[in-house]
Ligand binder design. Structure first.
Ligand SMILES: [Fe+2]
Length: 376
């Protein structure tokens, strides 16, 4: 860049310009300025309509000056003038990520959380967008909510998902059924326990939000088990920093294979977000593949994995309860581990119908409900 005139309100250099803003002199690249002229965005489509790849030559200001509360640039070689509100430039003067209303700190919960789980009724959610925002906020912050008063129909679940986003298929399809009918002729069938897990980690990106709609539950046993992966992993981080490092940095293989599919992925057991905070877990005894890692690394990884897995089963983290017909558990499938105690299949009927949506859908709907966005 050329040496600029230090004191001029706007000083044009070779690659960009310097401008005096209330917070101090700031530099803006010419490409950025040309690309982000306010006229580059179509208010009707709400998309960028300008394509910088069509510029014949690198953008260069013919003139650049401050007029009132705006920077005005006439561009060389094209018939185009840009007006940038100084407030807009102030917003981008430093590389600060755009603020995101859906980026809220998580609140960890423990085994005694059941009475405090946020609850919303399905008809109330359908009628009131403010309640939908509260519901999504609860899911982002705590990772789990119960929706009550669900209609006893397949459509009821779809309607609930669509308040948040789209139904998200997995390789099992759009919906799944966990069903056991009473069968007196089948004498001793006992539905076994399901260990704590997250669903379908063999997918490259496992679904982010899980819905489990209880349509019937009259069996003996079969209590639902839930634990907050964030609570456990945060405590593990404090108790066992080296174990935490191994489980949050080492990608391990997951698989799910049958005649017509062969899903494979690599995931870390503990998932961190962009801030380095724990955002979830990936855990599945059924889908963990044979570890194809250095055997010496496994000398450390396996003991750490077992220490963590045992910690996850400590009473202080485990929430146990019996789902009632008409309730739908909605939870972050990357954060909340879930399982089920064994039950007696001959003692009644148990029918859960499930499906998924994604974290991105949930956050998108939340932002649209609570913020102005770029164009409103
Ligand atoms: Fe599951």
């Amino acid at each position: 860049m050329n040496v600029m005139q230090a004191e001029a309100p706007v000083a044009v250099g070779e690659t960009g310009l310097e401008i005096a803003l209330p917070a101090g002199r700031s530099y803006f690249n010419h490409y950025w300025l040309r690309d982000n002229c306010p006229s580059s965005f179509d208010r009707s489509t709400r998309e960028r309509s300008f394509d910088i790849l069509h510029l014949a030559a690198p953008p260069r200001p013919e003139t650049a000056e401050i007029e009132g509360e705006a920077l005005v640039i006439r561009w060389a070689g094209e018939d185009h003038t840009s007006r940038y509100p100084l407030a807009m430039l102030a917003q981008y003067a430093a590389p600060t990520k755009r603020s995101d209303p859906a980026d809220m700190p998580r609140r960890a919960w423990y085994g005694d959380h059941y009475p405090d789980i946020p609850r919303f009724s399905q008809p109330e959610l359908k009628a009131d967008k403010a309640k939908v925002a509260d519901w999504l906020e609860a899911l982002i912050v705590e990772g789990l909510a119960i929706v009550t008063d669900m209609p006893d129909s397949d459509a009821g679940l779809t309607e609930l998902v669509e308040l948040m986003g789209q139904v998200r298929p997995t390789f099992f399809g759009l919906y799944f059924d966990v069903k056991t009918h009473i069968n007196p002729t089948n004498t001793a069938y006992t539905a076994g326990a399901l260990e704590l897990h997250t669903d379908t980690p063999a997918e490259e990106t496992a679904p982010g939000v899980q819905f489990l709609h209880c349509r019937a539950n009259t069996v003996e046993g079969g209590m639902s088990l839930y634990a907050d992966g964030v609570a456990v992993a945060n405590d593990f981080r404090a108790r066992d920093p080296e174990g935490f490092r191994l489980l949050s940095e080492t990608e391990v293989p997951f698989f799910c294979e049958h005649d017509s599919y062969d899903m494979r992925s690599r995931q870390t057991i503990i998932e961190l977000d962009e801030h380095g905070e724990v955002s979830g877990l990936t855990l599945s005894q059924h889908m963990l593949d044979i570890l194809d890692l250095d055997q010496h690394l496994l000398d450390d990884w396996y003991p750490a994995f077992c220490r963590f897995g045992k910690m996850l089963q400590e009473e202080r983290y485990l929430m146990r309860f019996t789902m009632k017909a008409g309730e739908c558990m909605v939870f972050d499938n990357h954060r909340i581990v879930h399982g089920r105690a064994a039950y007696s299949a001959t003692s009644g009927e148990r029918y859960l119908r499930g499906t998924y949506s994604d974290r991105a859908e949930m956050r998108s709907t939340y932002r649209a409900l609570v913020s102005e966005g770029r164009f409103k």
